[in-house]
Design a protein around this ligand. Structure first.
Ligand SMILES: Nc1nc2c(ncn2[C@@H]2O[C@H](COP(=O)(O)OP(=O)(O)OP(=O)(O)O)[C@@H](O)[C@H]2O)c(=O)[nH]1
Length: 343
């Protein structure tokens, strides 16, 4: 999988009802080698091992006191934490925010997206569902909860607790309720939060760099026997020349079937010179940022649990093999509009 060096650090929020499995998911993600992660949690009580783990990676972990992150009086706590974690010297690949069970996902997504911190972008909102308790705790009314609409990825967790005879029916029912509110959202089932980290953030290498992330290695060694999650699929192309902005925006707005994330560095032809952009799509979030220099070679990568890999490959190759010979003013305007929305 190509590693695309993003311009801004993705902030991924983990939300879900009390006890749904957010901490389990976070712990699982922290074991991934080859990614430097920052973590913001508002209660380290349940996260002793992980506090050490995170501290080992980034020198200082950020804890928010005072309850739910999105109920803090002025949201200053979260902004401060994100600001500190986005310092370039930490070289983080992603920041994970574990919200308390009471956090409202829509409000939390807004807090991150509208935060005053310049070095970050909203990189996804992962809603963890307790499959066994869902219909007695969260989804209680005729209309599906609004929180589904904010999610980019829904993890139906604790699937192991459903009786085998009823499992498929309940999982289908949860999926159906989620899709009623949010038809395009990516849904995966899991036990103990074990989803492929490649779905959530960039995982560049299979092994840690020497002398780095010692705690991650320790955790991974302890958990090797349990690494039984399904793997995400990916499609990628190298881009030798400039791409058509219209085709690129079409791809961002309508990603290949089953793609959850789409990322890349591209060159496009402007009226006077070439320009470089880094593009990221997570669920329905589109982020476009300018690069200081157009990349000499670019790439596009699509990732998803249920990615239709051959179809995705074809779509990416179509973009790669249809360069714009002359400036595509309409396409550039569309691309720049996303750039403006993304700042
Ligand atoms: N059987 C089973 N237990 C699970 C699973 N995921 C988590 N648990 C257990 O459920 C409990 C709650 O899990 P957590 O990961 O702490 O959930 P949380 O959402 O972080 O909880 P709060 O922070 O209290 O909101 C723990 O005892 C976990 O070990 C699962 O998939 N199956």
């Amino acid at each position: 999988m190509n590693a695309v060096k993003p311009g801004r650090i993705p902030v991924i929020a983990l939300t879900g009802h009390l006890g749904a499995g957010k901490t389990s998911l976070l712990n699982h993600l922290l074991r991934r080698p080859g990614a430097r992660l920052g973590v913001v949690v508002n209660d380290f009580g349940a996260l002793n091992v992980d506090a050490a783990l995170v501290a080992g990676q980034i020198d200082d972990a950020e804890a928010i006191s005072g309850g739910c992150v999105c109920c803090l009086p002025d949201a200053g706590g979260l902004d401060d934490a994100l600001h500190r974690l986005s310092r370039p010297r930490l070289r983080l690949d992603a920041i994970l925010v574990e919200a308390s069970g009471a956090a409202e996902p829509v409000a939390l997504a807004r807090l991150v997206a509208l935060s005053g911190v310049s070095g970050i972008r909203l990189g996804g909102l992962v809603e963890v569902i307790d499959a066994a308790e869902h219909f007695s705790t969260v989804d209680l009314w005729p209309e599906p909860p609004a929180r589904y609409a904010a999610a980019t990825l829904v993890v139906i967790n604790k699937a192991d607790l459903l009786p085998a005879t009823d499992r498929d029916r309940v999982l289908d029912l949860i999926r159906e309720r989620v899709r009623r509110r949010h038809p395009q959202v990516q849904i995966v089932t899991a036990s103990h939060g074990r989803v492929d980290p490649a779905l959530v953030f960039d995982t560049a290498a299979d092994e840690d760099p020497p002398d780095e992330l010692p705690f991650a290695k320790l955790m991974r060694d302890q958990s090797r026997d349990h690494d039984d999650h399904q793997h995400a699929r990916a499609a990628s192309v190298e881009l030798a020349g400039p791409v058509s902005p219209s085709m690129l925006v079409d791809l961002l707005e309508d990603p290949p079937a089953g793609a959850y994330r789409l990322k890349g560095r591209v060159r496009v032809r402007g009226s006077r010179s070439e320009q470089g952009f880094v593009v990221n799509v997570v669920g329905t979030l589109i982020h476009v940022a300018p690069l200081r220099e157009p990349p000499s070679a670019g790439e596009l990568v699509a990732i998803g649990m249920h990615l239709d890999q051959p179809a995705a490959q074809q779509r990416l190759e179509a973009v790669a093999s249809t360069p714009a010979d002359r400036p595509d003013t309409g396409g550039l305007r569309r691309l720049r509009r996303y750039r403006t929305l993304s700042t």
